[in-house]
Design a protein around this ligand. Structure first.
Ligand code: PMP
Length: 442
């Protein structure tokens, strides 16, 4: 096994002195990263790794177009959104153009309004506030096993035992946690799974109304990213949205991880379920590493905020972040990255599924496009999570030049969310490396 460089050992000790214990890191013996280029990371010893982790840098690391946009705009103007400048409207219009027309029979108004902030947590926080303001109600329904952010409100709807072992016992009373519709290891499997979970959600909504705390908003990831890229069962989201709307609530799609082209076959995660949310939260890849977050909703919902006073974020929607955001959208389109996610993602998924025929540890391969989850289980029937194995496999993959990490509250899913510029050649290399590690050890 490759030993850790002196650089990295020193840096690790430095962090241990300065950082809080709640701040996690990847790896027992992490490499010290010095540079990124496209879908690669390079450490201080000059070693290059294929990066299967950095979904924030959707275009790839070190993208010149983003660098140029930052450099140019920060010399010209950076100020706040109370001033009039053209970048804010230009970027907002570009974002709105990415939202599909709502089906004519969909209730609610056009999604024609953008509020820009600086992170996913802020976007979720704002979305929850919007739902409460627009309905005049308090209760938010979120799903078990979810991660939505670290701020007080986005953390309140975060239910994953990975992030907080006491999560379910400690939610504030305005949060109701509904069952997670995981058809691979959840309450229901097989036929009619989506309808069954949606019916249970409907029963929850009825009970909440009877208790005098009717639903204001329902929030979930459109594909269960933090549960391991698990696709929602057929029909679930459409029926869940219909029931939430029937109960007078708004539907929030958290697209921070799974949206923005990563699905390949669709720009948004919610399109995988052919639904139209009332509020969309976006962040991570918007700025390719430059902090940008946002909420897309209807004017009616957004205007409800006015009853609470004004809304203002000092850096949200500033000319610099808008220029970066525009550069990211331009590069995504010119480089065909959504299409690349579709093609290379399908190749990767096929590669992992072929490995499952030879390696018993591989259970279901989740996801779509370049958001995949390779679930590792000790037994395919009982689905006993292979968490220790997954951690050891990640350490060994690092030695072989592949950076991959685990997800889900059982930490047994290899989470595949590389920059969207991943090449077929690198995808093949990753599959071959996983094959080698499993052949060596399991
Ligand atoms: N929503 C989802 C689905 C996320 O995965 C995350 C971050 N992992 C967030 C929101 C919060 O985003 P941020 O870290 O930018 O605050």
């Amino acid at each position: 096994a490759m030993s850790q460089s002196d650089d990295a050992a020193g840096e690790l000790a430095r962090r241990a002195r300065i950082f809080a214990s709640a701040q996690e890191r990847y790896y027992e013996r992490p490499p010290q990263i010095e540079r990124g280029w496209r879908h690669h990371l390079v450490d201080t010893t000059g070693r290059a790794y294929v990066d299967m982790v950095n979904n924030v840098t959707g275009l790839g690391h070190g993208h010149p177009r983003v660098a140029d946009a930052v450099n140019r705009q920060i010399r010209i103007l950076n100020t706040n959104s109370r001033f009039l400048y053209r970048e804010l409207a230009e970027y907002s219009e570009r974002l709105l153009a990415l939202v599909p027309e709502r089906p004519s029979d969909a209730p609610g108004d056009r999604l024609d309004t953008v509020l820009l902030v600086n992170s996913g947590s802020e976007a979720v926080d704002l979305a929850l506030r919007l739902a409460q303001a627009a309905t005049g109600r308090k209760t938010i329904v979120s799903l078990r096993e979810a991660y939505h952010g670290w701020t007080m409100a986005s953390d309140a709807v975060t239910t994953s035992a990975y992030d907080n072992p006491d999560a379910l016992a400690t939610r504030p009373d305005w949060v109701h946690v509904a069952d997670v519709p995981n058809r691979f290891r959840g309450t229901y499997r097989g036929e009619e799974t989506g309808a069954r979970y949606a019916a249970d959600l409907g029963a929850d909504l009825d009970r909440l109304a009877a208790e005098g705390r009717p639903v204001a908003g329902f929030i979930c990831e459109s594909v269960l990213g933090n549960a391991g890229g698990v696709m929602l069962p057929e029909g679930y989201l459409a029926e869940a949205y219909a029931r939430v709307r029937g109960a007078g609530g708004l539907c929030i799609a958290d697209e921070v991880q799974v949206g923005f082209g990563r699905m390949g076959s669709s720009f948004w995660g919610f399109e995988q379920s052919a639904v139209s949310p009332d509020i969309i939260t976006i962040a991570k890849p918007m700025g390719n590493g430059y902090p940008i977050g946002g909420v897309i909703t209807s004017k009616r919902v957004a205007d409800a905020l006015a009853a609470q006073g004004q809304f203002f974020s000092s850096a949200g929607g500033n000319p610099l972040s808008c220029r970066v955001g525009i550069a990211v959208l331009d590069a995504m389109a010119e480089e065909g990255l959504q299409e690349n996610a579709r093609v290379v993602g399908a190749r990767l998924a096929e590669g992992f599924r072929a490995l499952a025929e030879r390696h018993r540890l591989i259970g279901p391969v989740h996801g779509e496009g370049l958001y995949l989850g390779v679930e590792l289980v000790r037994d395919r029937e009982s689905m006993e999570p292979a968490a220790a194995e997954a951690a050891a496999i990640c350490e060994r993959l690092r030695e072989l030049g592949v950076i991959v990490q685990t997800t889900s509250e059982r930490s047994n899913v290899l989470k595949i969310k590389p920059p969207l510029c991943l090449t077929a050649r690198s995808a093949d290399l990753v599959v071959a490396a996983v094959d080698r590690v499993l052949t060596e050890g399991w």
